[in-house]
Write a protein that binds this ligand. Structure first.
Ligand SMILES: [Zn+2]
Length: 407
């Protein structure tokens, strides 16, 4: 049922009345503001793409499948209201059976300027999950069975994730409260350090703290999957060593191909894979660039996939494209400080200056969750990857990790 989605027209907050109950914004309704791109394939390859999309359980390990204001000037007010619309209709055009949703992440400023406040995160999650409870297309995903059910029923399972644990401060019990609400993946740090460990933007690297080790143990016990995508190198390595269960780098790439802090060095990728974990390949603008493709696009993104696959094996790689339905590059400009954009693009080694990418307005072929779902399959099929290997990288590997991490 992966391609026959059962979407019946619900739009976010249809159960209330716009203007009377909340301020309505003009949103980009899922149609890309940029030129759509589908990787060309032969007729025979197209048939194989369609068959795989229908049969396989397809999971994106990291997305932001929300609707964003058409006018970037509205972005801050829209985010502050924290009534974020989910992209139900647009997702119905994808072949994902499951997407990991990261809520407002670093752009949640309901009551603060710095973000990541406990009460604001609860507000954001509660509001989005209330909306989710009023429709019958997306499933609030809390178990692997929910993913299979979504695939069977032509629906999409939405996994609640948070990219950093700043909001738990020094309170271990908050891990359980978040789990109780429905959270199933928690990042150790966002780019900035917190009580658990060092984030990727810092110059010094203290790795995981004593409190961070306790938090990892609590997450293991509770059944909360762990993500280190925004952690420093040492925090990734420490977390992989300390965790009793496999962990994720939900959205990253290979620093060996493009030397920026946002991407992971071989040593950290190996540490995660050695623990049985999975590395999801990232596609947010200006991240998974390569020397061969300084213009970020589907090809450079897939070059990172091939590199990680060759480094640690087909069982440890997946896709976490980290895309959205809107102007992602524009969003990076509005929220450059909150999202640590500049620091993320600094050099990963001792040199502060990172390599120079060719600026793009959008990432051709991997610009939103719908486009990425189809182009990942098209690329894999057009490069003669076997059915068995495709099944692993589009979902099977993630399910294997969750089989342990969610226990
Ligand atoms: Zn991220």
């Amino acid at each position: 049922m992966g391609t026959k989605k059962r979407y019946s027209g619900y739009r976010s907050f249809d159960y209330l009345q716009a203007t009377r109950d909340f301020r309505e914004f003009e949103l980009i309704e899922g149609q890309s503001p940029f030129e759509p791109y589908l990787l060309p394939v032969t007729e025979q390859q197209q048939a194989r793409v369609d068959e795989l999309a229908e049969r396989l359980l397809m999971i994106s390990l990291h997305e932001h499948p929300h609707l964003f204001p058409a006018d970037l000037a509205d972005m801050a007010t829209y985010d502050k209201q924290a009534r974020i619309a989910t992209a139900y209709e647009a997702l119905a055009g994808s072949c994902w059976d499951c997407v990991f949703d990261n809520f407002q992440n670093g752009t949640n400023f309901i009551t603060s300027k710095g973000g990541w406040k406990w009460s604001d995160v609860i507000y954001d999650m509660g509001m989005r999950l209330c909306d989710l409870a009023h429709q019958d297309f997306l499933i609030k995903c809390e178990t692997v069975d929910d993913m299979h059910r979504a695939h069977r029923e032509g629906r999409i399972a939405l996994v609640a994730a948070q990219e950093g644990a700043m909001m738990i401060e020094n309170e271990l019990d908050r891990i359980e409260i978040l789990y109780g609400i429905g959270l199933r993946v928690l990042g150790i740090t966002y780019s900035e350090s917190n009580a658990l460990g060092t984030g990727l933007k810092e110059d010094g690297d203290g790795g995981l703290t004593a409190f961070g080790r306790k938090a990892v143990a609590r997450m293991n016990e509770v059944g909360m999957a762990i993500d280190c995508a925004h952690c420093s190198d040492q925090t990734i390595i420490d977390t992989a060593a300390v965790s009793a269960k496999p962990i994720f780098l939900t959205h990253t790439g290979a620093r060996a191909l493009w030397d920026i802090r946002r991407l992971a060095p071989d040593e950290a990728i190996r540490a995660v894979a050695d623990k049985g974990g999975v590395i999801g390949i990232e596609a947010a603008p200006h991240t998974t660039v390569t020397e061969r493709h300084r213009r970020h696009n589907l090809e450079s993104f897939m070059e990172h996939f091939e590199y990680v696959r060759d480094l640690v094996g087909i069982d440890h790689v997946a896709f976490g494209p980290d895309t959205l339905y809107g102007d992602h590059v524009g969003l990076h400009h509005v929220y450059a400080a909150a999202l640590s954009i500049d620091a993320s693009h600094e050099g990963g080694g001792s040199a502060k200056a990172g390599p120079v990418h060719e600026p793009v307005e959008y990432v051709q072929g991997v610009e939103n969750p719908t486009e990425s779902s189809w182009n990942i399959l098209r690329w894999l099929v057009s490069h003669d990857v076997s059915d068995a290997d495709i099944e692993k990288v589009v979902g099977g590997n993630i399910v294997r990790v969750l089989g342990e991490a969610w226990q």
